[in-house]
Design a protein around this ligand. Structure first.
Ligand code: DQA
Length: 155
């Protein structure tokens, strides 16, 4: 190949994914297994790290029960994350603070819910972050996180 004539093409590749979980998700395993899943939060994180590794990306998992902490992590993740997977828990339904924090991202966001929030109580059907998400995955249990990672890495 004539190296002078060769023009490299660069494809933006997702390499670091922030997986952010909100309020009460640390109690997985104790929460109703018929609605959520039987695995604990720790086991969920382990699976996320394994799935990410299979997809040759790095995932960094976060969970908090404090809204301001989640906002701070979103702000920090702007400097390193190439994609975001978020399950804000109940904050999904009313936190404009988290919505505003997510709005700052320029990288794709996937909204994940273990349960099918579209088929539960009325108050859960509303998501104040839905329109910010490049994809929404609901009702797939823990596998929803795998699907979210796949979505981000397939873009
Ligand atoms: C949830 C659904 C929310 O309505 C609920 O408050 C949660 C978990 C889910 O993953 O299904 O805490 O986000």
């Amino acid at each position: 190949m004539n190296r002078l004539a060769w023009t490299p093409t660069y494809t933006a590749r997702i390499v670091q994914i922030a997986v952010i979980n909100g309020v009460n998700l640390n109690a997985l395993g104790d929460r109703d297994p018929d609605i959520y899943c039987t695995i604990t939060y720790g086991e969920l994180e382990t699976r996320v790290y394994e799935w990410a590794s299979h997809l040759a990306v790095t995932a960094r998992c976060f969970q908090t029960n404090h809204e301001g902490q989640l906002v701070d992590w979103c702000h920090e993740a702007r400097s390193w994350a190439d994609g975001v997977v978020i399950n804000p828990g109940a904050w999904t339904h009313y936190s404009y603070a988290i919505r505003d924090a997510l709005e700052l991202f320029t990288v794709p966001i996937v909204e994940v819910h273990l349960s099918d929030i579209t088929a539960r109580e009325e108050f859960r059907r509303q998501s104040v972050i839905a329109d910010l998400a490049a994809a929404r995955i609901v009702g797939q249990g823990a596998d929803g996180y795998r699907q979210a990672l796949e979505f981000l890495t397939s873009r």
